[in-house]
Design a protein around this ligand. Structure first.
Ligand code: CTP
Ligand code: MG
Length: 379
């Protein structure tokens, strides 16, 4: 058995938009197509890989075109045929993979190769789990989803079976699996993988990156800092607690400088920019809004990325108001909103001994540290 891999990257890759075809666009710091190419190149059972690229695109494909490659055709089917013609004579089996599926794993390649022990063709597939409806002029009709699969690539073939199937189908440019089945040979489905999704639209880059990202194990640490100037008023809001004072704080939202620093510390741990990126100042949506909204948003983004806040340490810097009488209420409110146990919420207050803008009582500064830990998932 000598197995080759064809990687199809000769499409226009247009539906994603952008200045380059999708297969050359960046996914987690590398061109999309390099991810599956590397898996196939490194797999010990794959003897050769041939990349199919658009005709005349050598310059755009740079280093990829330095490796083994052939020009594709106007359709995927024609690109497959061009790639097959370029395989070495002693190849007995071929995996045909869409470069548009960067999440290929060595495990999936293994499953396909095992299936080739008994079958002429095999493809990864996932059962359809959503309800299916067909829209007709008279309304929606139900479609039975039993036995329906979403088929992925690579599709694996015994080369002789595929070649004679394609010859038999002649100019009918049917897909490779259908051509093999039409010759009466069995096609086996092996379990596909969600991360092996096809990148089709721009939003798929984000989705596939999340599915491909290895589970995080290390904690993340972030810092935040914020300042608000005093303004006429009769109190300030710190950690969601209203504290009576001879002045208020200037700001577009409720000017809760302590929670702003904490929110930025969470964004910082996630490398997600800062408060201004997420809540542009001047946007009427945030006028007078409670900073609890900002804090909860940052926590939700952490959860989406598999992290939860494990502890925080806040320092509020001002000459007045005196914070000690309010400290426990501020910790408690922060614990409530973040879901942290009280002993994981630290709050310190300090003056600057009359020095600087806080010493001159021009405003309040706050700094925060956050520790985020990976959420433990069920295996
Ligand atoms: N493909 C190919 N040759 C073609 C057309 C498509 O090699 N003439 C490849 C694509 O590069 C892709 C795979 O077939 O890896 C699946 O096609 P699709 O997802 O439709 O990609 P594109 O045709 O490149 O994208 P679009 O349809 O958005 O332009
Ligand atoms: Mg296409």
């Amino acid at each position: 058995m000598r197995t080759a891999a064809l990687i199809l990257a000769a499409g226009a890759g247009r539906r994603t938009g952008g200045d380059r075809p999708k297969q050359l666009q960046d996914l987690m710091g590398r061109p999309l197509l390099s991810w599956s190419l590397e898996v196939l190149n490194r797999h010990p059972a794959i003897a050769e890989t041939v990349l199919v690229i658009p005709p005349g695109a050598e310059t755009d494909y740079g280093a990829f075109a330095a490796g083994r490659h052939v020009p594709g055709g106007d359709t995927r089917t024609l690109s497959v045929r061009a790639g097959l013609a370029a395989l070495s004579d002693d190849v007995t089996h071929v995996l045909i993979h869409d470069a548009a599926r960067p999440g290929l794993t060595p495990g999936l390649v293994d499953r396909l190769l095992s299936a080739m022990d008994t079958a002429a063709a095999a493809a990864p597939a996932l059962p359809v789990v959503d309800a299916l409806k067909r829209q007709t002029p008279s309304g929606l009709t139900g479609v039975d989803r039993s036995g329906l699969y979403r088929v992925q690539t690579p599709q694996a073939f015994r080369l002789d079976a595929l070649k004679s199937a394609l010859e038999a189908s002649g100019d009918d440019l049917v897909d490779d699996l259908a051509a093999v089945e039409a010759t009466g040979l069995e096609v086996i489905l092996v379990p596909g993988e969600d991360r092996n999704m096809k990148v089709t639209h721009a939003s798929d880059f984000d989705l596939v990156a999340r599915l491909m990202a290895p589970p995080a194990t290390a904690p993340r640490i972030g810092s935040g800092f914020d300042v608000h100037a005093f303004a006429p008023g009769d109190g300030v809001v710190l950690c969601g607690v209203t504290i009576p004072h001879a002045q208020g704080l200037a700001g577009f939202s409720d000017a809760d400088v302590a929670w702003h620093a904490l929110t930025d510390a969470i964004f910082g741990a996630l490398a997600l920019g800062d408060l201004g990126d997420h809540f542009p100042p001047g946007d009427p949506a945030w006028k007078g809004v409670s900073s609890e909204v900002f804090l909860r948003h940052a926590l939700a983004l952490a959860a989406e990325r598999g992290y939860r806040l494990a502890s925080c340490d806040l320092t509020v810097i001002c000459e007045a108001p005196k914070l000690k009488p309010h400290r426990e209420a501020m910790r408690l409110r922060t614990a409530e909103v973040t879901g942290l146990p009280l002993d994981a919420v630290s709050l310190k207050a300090t003056t600057t001994e009359g020095l600087g803008f806080t010493g001159r009582r021009e405003g309040i500064a706050a700094q925060a540290l956050s520790v985020l830990v990976p959420e433990v998932r069920a295996p």
